[in-house]
Design a binder for this molecule. Structure first.
Ligand SMILES: N[C@@H](CCC(=O)N[C@@H](CS)C(=O)NCC(=O)O)C(=O)O
Length: 232
């Protein structure tokens, strides 16, 4: 018997290492935020693949942990007060892991809230808008004759990239010299937009030199390289 046995999700995805953080995910831009964070912090974890092809995200076991039927989600056997703790929503998970490890989130109040501000900018802006560009440019929406929805989201993605471009002027990372969870939230999405979605031209990515520079530095990090492929 392990402390995780009372969580239904472990019935579908049994924990081989119940002492480690359990990650339920896929290597999508939201999923890799958490695998990259786990790799960066060195926290021991076990990754489980939630197959969209098999509609795993709608299974009662997965919904018991992530009621919004979305990856990523985690189960930490050693949560607050030493009790097992489940969490969904990548932004909340990044904050939780940063707090648990005391890493990748500035300790001072101002730096902390400034980082949160950019994390929210990703969660409320970059993620949803770039995701819509993907739908209208690469997936089912690309066949729609009316190009106005695609153009609306492309324009918004371009505007958001412009905000990020300005922020990165003279900075190594979103928070300056310090690499934080804001970078881990933002750059998987930028990479996806110009890589997998192939929307670089649509959003005029060549205009955003600072964004391209920091994206290259992000992708070059060994922990990022590892996290991008998890779960395999
Ligand atoms: N706000 C959520 C978004 C998560 C999300 O959209 N996940 C997608 C994959 S990137 C998903 O699980 N989609 C499955 C579905 O909608 O059925 C987060 O950041 O965790």
């Amino acid at each position: 018997m392990s402390a995780l046995d009372s969580f239904a999700v472990t019935r579908k995805w049994p924990a081989r290492h119940p002492d480690r953080i359990q990650l339920y995910s896929l290597p999508t831009p939201n999923g890799v935020k958490v695998s990259i964070m786990l790799e960066e912090t060195g926290l021991p974890y076990e990754a489980h693949r939630v197959s969209f092809d098999a509609q795993d995200q709608f299974s009662p076991e997965f919904l018991s942990l992530s009621p919004n039927n979305k990856i990523p989600a985690i189960l930490d056997p050693d949560g607050p007060d030493g009790k097992p703790f489940g969490l969904f929503e990548s932004g909340a998970i990044l904050l939780y892991l940063a707090g648990k490890r005391g890493q990748l989130l500035p300790a001072g109040t101002a730096g902390r809230y400034e980082t949160l501000q950019w994390l929210m900018f990703q969660m409320g802006g970059i993620g949803p808008m770039f995701g819509q560009v993907g739908f209208f440019h690469k997936f089912a929406g690309k066949d729609y004759e009316d190009k106005r929805p695609r153009d609306r989201y492309a324009a918004e993605a371009r505007r958001l990239l412009g905000v990020l471009e300005q922020r990165l002027e003279g900075r190594d990372w979103v928070m300056g010299k310090e690499y934080t969870i804001a970078d881990i939230a933002i750059f998987p999405w930028v990479r996806n937009l110009v890589g997998y979605y192939g929307a670089g031209e649509l959003v005029a990515f060549d205009r955003f030199r600072n964004v391209a520079r920091v994206l290259a530095a992000f992708v070059a990090r060994p922990a990022v390289q590892r996290g991008l492929g998890i779960p395999g």
